[in-house]
Design a protein around this ligand. Sequence first.
Ligand code: NI
Length: 261
Amino acid sequence: MKTPLVSLSPAQIASFAREGYLRMESITTPEEVESIRAVYDRLFAERRGRDVGDQFDLGGTDEDDRPAALPQILHPSTYAPELADTVLRAGAEAIARALLGPEAVFIEDHAILKPARHGAETPWHQDEAYWDPAFDYSSLSVWVPLQEATIENGCMAFVPQSHRNEVLPHHPIGHDPRVHGLEVDAADVRAAVYCPIPAGGATVHHCRTLHYAGPNRTGVPRRAYIVTLGVPPRRRAAPRRFPWRDERQTARDRRAGLAKG
Ligand code: NI
């Protein structure tokens, strides 16, 4: 395990509890950003995980012969184990323990690529809306751009204090059940804060914080590497339903089902 570069101040810990997000200038080194970027580009170029539903189009209908609007890879560190032994990962774990408690552990990682000029927006959503409603979560995601993240190329934006909400109703992007990506039905986002950060910086958001990333209007791909960590989920006493999960019929789920047999 590498040694983390970051440690959070009491002011940062209090700010996350109050606002539901944090913005950090650096959680890894320029050299490590370079090496992660090389792995990242290789995984997308080789379409790793596509056959088992781990690589897919988050923002479109995900047909094989069409360029993806929002290419995503789930669990990239299972395809490239070197991603698990990084200063970035050690930093993400230190952040999660500081913000959620000592029992917080790595849950999963993913990669969202916004190709040059045609990367679509990631609509407003809460991450917990993607998850099994039978459980209670205390989780966060550490979002790390592998180049500078700007308003022009799709940096993250957050609605402060929105993590205090319950999970709001969501629907698939464009109300198309073939699309994996979710969008909140309605939310007041007038207070949104955009968070441009340098390469190797990070934003941290709670699993209920409303967030958004704009389209990539630049000539350079926008690569984001995201690590999700949390306290192991606990089964809820009171049931709840996320009907938008039941209605989904994505090509990714079909590939995952075929791969499992
Ligand atoms: Ni999200």
